[in-house]
Design a protein around this ligand. Structure first.
Ligand SMILES: [Zn+2]
Length: 279
């Protein structure tokens, strides 16, 4: 069972790390979800790892999760536990976030459309197994990639890569609203130097994209955990609007996929220059 895949730089490494925590499509055999697989799969950030496959050519390391985020979500704090998915009390700390209120905490209670994910609650042992076998190894892989670069360069820039539905749904804070083409999240300026956010926004804007910052997505656990700008650990979440590259129902790539992928090559080249100038 492979939990993640790590793609290292093809040439000289830069202190630049990307990850795609939500594009995994290897559904574990014990994931007994109630809705059809096609509905559960709409939680995925499908194809994000392919959109950023150019990253190693720019000197970056890319870590991609292979498991589905609807099974266990690596972009949540381990305490973001929904008691409603459990048949017994959780023995560890519980600090429910807004995500759990929306049904999309560490273990999702709801699938797309707000329908229940499970026919019956899970045991504590089920969830502990998911944390030990998937969540923790993925977090260790991201941390290792960041720490390796940080040790060598004394600084690291981390781009946490996602995609988002074109329109807010019932499991979001902006139901019915059309999203920008890209949303950058630095948790209101706390997870990276402001120049990093501004540089990515300006690079995408110059390509003609509409970019929003911290609206509606501010970034969640991975950028929070690894964003310590005072230590020169800079973390930024990037959300790509799925209408740019895929059909949200069939999950198939659309005609826009290749053009977007070419623009992301240019973004990675620009980021490599940015990092090289500061490392
Ligand atoms: Zn995501």
């Amino acid at each position: 069972m492979q939990v993640y895949r790590r793609h290292d730089p093809t040439g000289a490494p830069l202190p630049l790390v990307l990850d795609s925590p939500h594009s995994g499509t290897s559904y574990p055999a014990d994931f007994a979800h109630l809705p059809p697989r096609a509905v559960v799969r709409r939680a995925e950030d499908t194809h994000v790892e392919t959109l950023f496959a150019c990253a190693p050519d720019a000197g970056a390391t890319l870590v991609e999760a292979l498991f589905p985020r609807a099974y266990i979500d690596p972009n949540r704090h381990p305490s973001d536990m929904d008691p409603a998915v459990l048949e017994e009390p959780w023995p560890g700390p519980v600090a429910r976030s807004r995500k759990t209120e929306l049904g999309i905490g560490l273990v999702w209670r709801l699938a797309q459309g707000g329908v229940p994910m499970y026919a019956r609650p899970l045991s504590v042992a089920d969830v502990e197994r998911r944390i030990a076998l998937y969540y923790e190894p993925y977090h260790a892989a991201v941390a290792a990639a960041l720490d390796e670069r940080y040790r060598r360069f004394g600084a690291v820039w981390y781009l946490n890569c996602h995609s988002m539905p074109a329109v807010g749904d019932v499991m979001s804070d902006d139901p019915g609203r059309e999203r920008a083409e890209f949303v950058l999240g630095d948790r209101d300026g706390t997870t990276c130097e402001p120049e990093f956010t501004a540089f990515v926004a300006a690079t995408l804007s110059a390509m003609g994209y509409e970019v929003a910052i911290n609206d509606p997505y501010k970034g969640v656990e991975l950028v929070r955990k690894h964003g310590r700008p005072a230590e020169r650990r800079h973390s930024l979440q990037i959300e790509i609007n799925r209408r740019l590259y895929m059909d949200e129902v069939s999950l198939a790539r659309t005609a826009g996929f290749n053009a977007l992928q070419e623009d992301l090559v240019r973004l990675m080249e620009a980021l490599a220059d940015y990092v090289r100038a500061r490392a």
